[in-house]
Design a protein around this ligand. Structure first.
Ligand code: MTE
Ligand code: MO
Length: 380
């Protein structure tokens, strides 16, 4: 029997302290969040394989050794988050939603390495030079049949074929995270990595990064897996029960765009905050841009409930803007002494997308991006 950790009934879902998360530009394995719909399988790289098949392909099976030694290895650095990141804020600032009570830490900024999916598909017979448009109606479905999930017996997701073939999209089959083989938690021996997306439709959240990948199928329709069809979608605001949602799932496309976002990680809620001699308080957090629209260029921070704002400093990795990464920010804001104070943050990206105070309520609590918020502070 396969060695597994946790169970289908009680999968491992956890995030780490936000302070720890924002203390490092690259998120180490031990600080990155875990999201599972079933148990974590412990697989062997010696006998695990991926089968690639589908429309116009001769089925091809590759070992982990094949992936590592017979393809050029490609590295990408990127920040991605679960679609449910910040659900807790939507739940508490707006009204009740369904789903795991994620705070602001279901995100990680890591380095991934492995062959390009493009090269693997070409070896399986796809013509890499054909002019595949975003809307050609073909999809690449990823599957993991290693362990059953809570709502389906396998885990799967799909993305458009054009996205998998475009070199600029940096889609890889990752064998390594942060210069080490993947850990079982993060998909050992291989997972899909799909950084932010340029195109008409994007799904730049990590829920599609299938772990323990064993199947890739090129097909005419989206994946029929439960999590592709009935989850990670933004239902309209008037859908406020599972019964109403049932009528909608098949009508709306999967979540397209994880919006521009920022959070305040320091100080944390309910903390006692000491002002500096200048009367200012130091605040820190992270910010991510909206899909393909370009990096976060500005983060504003307010210590007076949104009346006045100051610009935060953005500390980027080695001074360079990395295409798919987050930015970490630091600001010093003036604050009046007293109880029940708040610090707000508001990010803007290159395309001019800016966070609004509140974000649209939806039943599954996905894509929350209201102002970053640290509340109930006691400023002394
Ligand atoms: N096989 C498999 N892949 C999966 C999942 C899963 O439950 N099973 N969860 C998805 C979701 S919802 C997220 S947010 C990310 C979490 O990746 P992590 O656990 O490495 O943080 O993996 C995705 N890939
Ligand atoms: Mo997710």
């Amino acid at each position: 029997m396969k060695h597994v950790e946790y169970s289908t009934e009680k999968p491992l879902n956890r995030e780490h302290s936000l302070k720890r998360l924002i203390s490092s530009f690259i998120t180490p394995d031990i600080t990155s969040y875990d999201r599972n719909h079933g148990p974590i399988p412990h697989l062997s790289a010696d006998n695990h394989t991926i089968t690639i098949d589908g429309q116009g392909l001769t089925p091809l099976t590759l070992s982990m050794d094949d992936l590592r030694t017979t393809f050029a290895q490609h590295e990408v650095l990127c920040a991605l988050q679960c679609a449910g990141n910040r659900r807790h804020t939507m739940r508490t600032e707006s009204k009740e939603v369904q789903g795991i009570d994620w705070f602001d830490g279901a995100i990680m900024n890591c380095k991934w390495k492995g062959p390009r999916l493009r090269d693997v598909l070409i070896r399986a017979g796809i013509d890499g030079n054909q002019d595949i448009l975003q809307d050609d109606g073909m999809y690449v479905a990823f599957g993991c049949y290693q362990v059953p999930c809570q709502d389906d017996w396998w885990y799967g997701a799909s993305v458009k074929l054009g996205r998998c073939l475009g070199r600029e999209f940096d889609v890889i089959l990752a064998l390594e995270m942060n210069d080490k083989p993947l850990s079982p938690n993060h998909g050992f021996p291989v997972r899909v990595v799909i950084p932010g997306y340029t195109g008409a439709r994007h799904l730049d959240h990590i829920c599609r990064w299938v772990k323990w990948l064993d199947r890739i199928t090129v097909q005419k329709e989206e994946s029929q897996n439960h999590y592709q069809r009935y989850d990670y979608k933004m239902l309209p605001p008037d859908v406020d029960s599972s019964e109403k949602a049932d009528k909608y799932w098949d009508l709306i496309p999967p979540l397209e765009d994880v919006p521009v976002n920022s959070v305040v990680g320091e100080p944390g809620d309910n903390e006692e905050v000491h002002t500096l001699a200048s009367g200012k308080v130091i605040a820190k957090g992270y910010a991510v841009p909206q899909g393909h629209h370009g990096q976060v260029t500005r983060v504003e921070v307010s210590g007076d409930g949104g009346k006045t704002w100051v610009d935060a400093e953005l500390d980027q990795f080695e001074g360079k803007t990395q295409k798919w990464c987050w930015v970490l920010w630091t600001a010093s804001v003036h604050m009046e002494k007293g109880q029940g104070k708040v610090i707000l943050s508001r990010a803007t990206d290159e395309a001019g997308n800016t966070q609004q105070e509140q974000s649209p309520w939806n039943l599954r609590g996905v894509a929350y991006n209201g102002y970053g918020l640290s509340k109930n502070l006691n400023v002394v």
